[in-house]
Design a protein around this ligand. Structure first.
Ligand code: SF4
Ligand code: SF4
Length: 105
C-alpha cells in the first residue's frame, strides 16, 4: 500500500508543475476573455461622444461618464457597453478587476 502511494508521489514529483506563483506569474488568457472595460483614446483624447447609451444599458450601474470612470467592483464584464457604443469608444480589455477590501457604491 505504502509503495503504491510513493509511486504516485514520485510520478507527480518529476512531472511539469501546473501551479504558478500568482500574482507574479499569470496564466495566458483566451482571446475571447472578458475583462474590465476601458474608454478608448485616439490622439490623446477620449473617443467618447457622451451619448450616454452605455450608462443606460449597463446592468450594474458601473459607468460614471462625468469622471470617465468604470467602477471595477461593480462591473460584471457583460460587454453590453461595448456592443451599444456607436463610435467604439469603450471596449473590454483582458485585465481583471483589481482586488479590494472596500465595497464601491
Ligand atoms: S461590461 Fe457590462 S457591467 Fe461592465 S461597464 Fe460594461 S455594461 Fe456595465
Ligand atoms: S456609448 Fe460610447 S460614445 Fe456613448 S457615452 Fe458610452 S462610451 Fe461614450
Amino acid at each position: 500500500m505504502i509503495i503504491k502511494a510513493f509511486k504516485v508521489t514520485l510520478n507527480y514529483f518529476f512531472r511539469k508543475k501546473v501551479t504558478i506563483t500568482y500574482p507574479e506569474q499569470k496564466t495566458p488568457r483566451s482571446e475571447r476573455f472578458r475583462g474590465m472595460p476601458c474608454f478608448v483614446e485616439e490622439n490623446g483624447k477620449k473617443k467618447c461622444i457622451r451619448c450616454g447609451q452605455c450608462v443606460k444599458i449597463c446592468p450594474a450601474h458601473a459607468i460614471d461618464l462625468k469622471k470617465y470612470q468604470i467602477k471595477s467592483q461593480r462591473c460584471i464584464a457583460c460587454g453590453l457597453c461595448e456592443e451599444v457604443c456607436p463610435v467604439a469608444a469603450i471596449k473590454l480589455t483582458n485585465k481583471l478587476a483589481p482586488p479590494t477590501t472596500r465595497k464601491e457604491k
